[in-house]
Write a protein that binds this ligand. Structure first.
Ligand code: IPM
Ligand code: MN
Length: 350
């Protein structure tokens, strides 16, 4: 029995999660596994009503689940940062989800803005460190609001934190069994403390993985190569901030926010699966948002839960559904959000 916590969240989050749950249900029937869901109302509305983001006791409760399926966090009436830090980042940190796994995969039939590139060229995975770096919240301000103001925001890189992320990336690359190439994305020419640690840890761990080719690229160069030669990449490992930035670029080359999904993984604990796109207030409640990213997140969750056959079938069904859509963009799919969800669910059930 898989115990799954559902946090639909804000904006279009509930709409896309509803479609993901249709697909999960179809997959469970078809492949004969059992699951149980509990829904939590954390998000902007609850915050506006109660002033509460994510109480500590809620975190304790969430530890009883194997996975969390999250829609979106972010509300136009709440100051930016409050919900992101108070809910999304708090979950990642408190549950020690130290890996943010983001596949950049162009599925057949999806349009990419990269001229002359197809599904064979765009198929790599970014392993983003998810608990340290600039996201650790280390820093402070002095003389705020005066002409002499000082703001410091430090990047925290621990040997333990960096090494466990790098080790995960090597293991993942090996298990993926594709090009068997792991690229470290950093900035060793400027961030000479942080990426010195990263580079040494990378090279030391690499000695245990003779079957994996290793490579290094500065983050600015990676942005260039992701556009020009995405086929060079297999798995990329990087810190929290760089991982955040390059995966938005990755989402665009794989066809946009309508399809990009990610997994916040604690291999020994509770992991969380989410579409990468935000709460999309302007599309909320209209039934026009593309649910495929959330459904792809569900596919990643199935994999994590050990339901690999179901996961493969969901991916196949997503691909088949894409063939019917006019576009991956919200409002231009040629179908409503729930019609797209139905299509995938029906294909899974077949
Ligand atoms: C992401 C998002 C978050 C991040 C924000 C909403 C805090 O951009 O998941 O990539 O920066 O990690
Ligand atoms: Mn981001």
């Amino acid at each position: 029995m898989h115990r799954i916590a559902i946090i639909p969240g804000d904006g279009t989050g509930p709409e896309v999660i509803a479609e993901g749950l249709k697909v999960l249900d179809a997959a469970a029937r078809k492949f004969g596994f059992k699951y149980e869901t509990t829904t939590f109302d954390f998000g902007g509305e609850r915050y506006l009503r109660t002033g509460e983001t994510l109480p500590d006791k809620a975190i304790e409760g969430l530890r009883n689940f194997k996975a969390i399926y999250l829609g979106a966090i972010g509300h136009p009436k709440v100051k930016p940062g409050v919900l992101e830090q108070g809910i999304l980042l708090k979950l990642r940190f408190a549950l020690d989800q130290y890996i943010n796994l983001r596949p950049v995969k162009l599925l057949p039939g999806v349009e990419t803005p990269l001229k002359g590139k197809g599904p064979d060229d765009i198929d790599f995975v970014v392993v983003r460190e998810n608990t340290e770096g600039l996201y650790a919240g280390a820093g402070g301000a002095l003389r705020r609001g005066t002409a002499d103001e000082v703001a410091v925001q430090e990047s925290i890189n621990t040997r333990r934190g960096v090494e466990r992320c790098i080790r995960y990336a090597f293991e993942y690359c090996r298990a993926r069994g594709k090009k068997r190439k792991l690229t470290l994305c950093g900035k060793t020419n400027v961030l000479t403390f942080a990426f010195d640690l990263w580079e040494r840890a990378f090279n030391e761990v690499a000695r245990e993985y003779a079957d994996i080719e290793t490579d290094y690229a500065h983050v600015d160069a990676i942005c260039m190569w992701m556009i020009k030669n995405p086929e060079w990449f297999d798995v990329i490992v990087t810190d929290n901030m760089f991982g955040d930035i390059i995966t938005d670029l990755g989402a665009m080359i794989q066809g946009g926010m309508g399809i990009a999904a990610g997994a916040n993984i604690n291999p020994e604990g509770v992991s969380m699966f989410e579409p990468i796109g935000g709460s999309a207030p302007k599309y909320t409640g209209k039934g026009v948002i593309n649910p495929l990213a959330a459904i792809y997140a569900c596919r990643m969750m199935l994999d994590f839960l050990g339901e690999s056959e179901a996961a493969a079938k969901v991916e196949l069904s997503i691909t088949e559904t894409i063939g019917n859509l006019k576009s991956m963009n919200a409002g231009q799919m040629g179908y409503s959000t729930s019609e797209v969800g139905d299509m995938v669910a029906e294909l899974v059930a077949e």
